[in-house]
Write a protein that binds this ligand. Structure first.
Ligand code: TEU
Length: 528
């Protein structure tokens, strides 16, 4: 163990999308007792923290990202006491629990919003963003909603518009109001007091909007047919400098406890991303770095970004990497099954905390959702939905993959589940799951991989290679991002033995001066 580091620095985060992990109630939707029943699996896999996407009371218009009570569990998922059980049982197994905080917006069914919309002089009116129409009756400005259409909803009853960055059922809170901050920090304390180890904070960069609500400028790069939200650059509706004051205040709440973590959801360019660490590491502990989701799958691109990221990190800031989440097509779909093994080796050998999306350890890919089963709101409004990457976890070959006893799960299962599931892959010494477990165990037993330095060796053609070193020991990681054989010349200091290959078959082989990689192969060489 790299003892001088904190749990979230040396750990591996596993994201659970609770609707799709394990159903125990038989209604086709996953639940907290389901997560509880699968903790042994997660312990076996070796991950050290789980992040559970929202499971709070919600009308489920955005599947939990529309919260109507932050201090209770939705009955669909269980009860508060089920959550206490998950926390306790996870802790017994050495697994930390990170919940999902959705501070930018509530559900329109949250009592705060019901009060706020009840009259113009309600004490909670200013808890949300209400504005008059322009003289011609049009909305206050041109801001768009992420899920299609304009970001303003007219309220007949009080004759004003309210702003929503996502669905109209997700009104944005007014974080300029100190009462809102206090109420929301109270929510954090409620859960931190219950033993939660941290929060992933939804759209952290959205919390503060331009005070004058200026129009967003056109995006010159936008082309017809692309996501209409990107037609404008969100320069006034998100990522305002003043958001960092809020982040700093939020951090103070966490700092009044022992080692809890704030992970920010931050879809912003690198130079803005690093600001979320705060000026003196007094911001988010880890603003999510999503570039592995977004970058073209090419060695130069990735190598160059790693260097830029390492270079941009403020003093003392801890890096992190994300390969998949519930909003983007799965890695196996993006880069293909063979390269997904390379991607796993990359994620689990880079410097910084890795976040792994449930099912990616099996190589689950997106599936085409039949039109009558599509449920994700942006799929219905924009035609680009997220259902494909949210299909149920594939546990075994029994009906519905062991996910549910219901006739039909809430989303269809991937058709390959009888062959690709945890039960089958656990027994297969060459499987994606075995590869993940081996990578995780290697990382967790080696200070150099967990916390060592990063040095680029090559990022050219199909080869991405780097070393990780700590206290004289170290590893070289050589990845073939292409489908043809490659020979990589190594420096004199880079000889050693293969600790792990993505093909899981050359362990212990000696390597000196050069290494031959098969198509789609990556190797970790123990140096020295
Ligand atoms: O996502 C924020 C976000 O920016 C998304 O719009 C993302 O770009 C999009 O889903 C990609 O298709 C967060 C949550 O992760 C997402 O699930 C929620 O729907 C959203 O916030 C609203 O809370």
């Amino acid at each position: 163990m790299a003892k001088e580091h904190l749990w979230w620095q040396t750990g591996i985060v596993y994201q659970i999308y609770p609707r799709s992990f394990q159903d125990t109630s038989g209604n086709g939707v996953g639940d907290l007792p389901g997560i509880l029943s699968r903790l042994d699996y997660l312990q076996w896999l070796g991950v050290t923290a789980i992040w559970i996407s929202p499971c709070f009371r919600s009308p489920m218009k955005d599947f939990g990202y529309d919260v109507s009570d932050y201090r209770d569990i939705d009955p669909l998922f269980g009860t508060l006491s089920d959550m206490d059980d998950v926390i306790a049982a996870a802790h017994e197994r050495g697994i930390r629990v990170i919940l999902d905080f959705v501070p930018n917006h509530t559900s329109d069914q949250h009592p705060w919003f019901i009060e706020s919309r009840s009259s113009r002089d309600n004490p909670k009116r200013d808890w949300y963003i209400w504005r008059d129409a322009k003289a011609d009756g049009s909305p206050p400005n041109n801001w768009l909603a992420n899920f299609g259409g304009i970001g303003w909803q007219w309220d007949e009853h009080t004759n004003q518009f309210y702003y929503h960055a996502f669905l109209r059922e997700q009104p944005d809170l007014n974080w300029r109001n100190p009462e809102v901050r206090e109420a929301m920090f109270g929510v954090l304390r409620f859960w931190l007091d219950r033993g939660v180890d941290g929060f992933r904070v939804d759209v952290l960069y959205h919390l503060i909007k331009d005070e004058q609500l200026r129009d967003n400028p056109e995006n010159p790069k936008w082309e017809e047919g692309e996501n209409p939200y990107r037609r404008l650059k969100a320069v006034y509706s998100s990522d305002q400098d003043e958001v960092h004051d809020v982040v700093r205040e939020m951090r103070r709440v966490f700092d009044s406890y022992d080692d809890r973590v704030i992970i920010g959801e931050t879809y912003v360019p690198l130079r803005r991303l690093v600001k979320y660490y705060g000026e003196n590491n007094d911001g988010a502990h880890m603003p999510f770095n999503f570039q592995l989701l977004l970058l073209e799958w090419r060695a130069e691109r990735i190598g160059e970004f790693i260097d830029r990221y390492e270079g941009a990190l403020p003093e003392g800031a801890w890096p992190n990497w994300v390969l998949g989440n519930h909003d983007y097509p799965r890695v196996a779909w993006r880069v293909g099954a063979a390269q997904a093994r390379i991607a796993a080796m990359l994620l689990l050998t880079l410097r910084g905390t890795p976040t792994l999306y449930y099912g990616d350890e099996l190589g689950m890919a997106d599936i085409e959702i039949p039109p009558d089963r599509v449920v994700d709101p942006p799929a219905l409004t924009l035609g680009v939905g997220r259902d494909g990457e949210r299909t149920p976890m594939q546990w075994d070959a029994s009906p519905n993959a062991g996910f549910t006893s219901a006739e039909e799960p809430w989303l269809p299962l991937a058709p390959d589940y009888a062959a690709q599931n945890t039960a089958v892959q656990r027994e297969d010494t060459l499987s994606m799951l075995t590869l993940h477990r081996r990578l995780i165990h290697l990382r967790q037993s080696e200070d150099a991989l967990m916390a060592g330095t990063y040095h680029r060796m090559y990022a050219e053609g199909d080869i991405l290679a780097y070393s990780r070193r700590h206290n004289g020991g170290g590893f070289a990681v050589i990845l073939n991002l292409g489908g043809s054989e490659q020979v990589v010349e190594l420096g004199p200091a880079d000889s050693g033995r293969i600790a792990l290959s993505t093909h899981l078959d050359r362990e212990g082989d000696e390597v000196s001066s050069r290494v031959k990689l098969r198509p789609d192969e990556g190797v970790i060489i123990r140096l020295g």
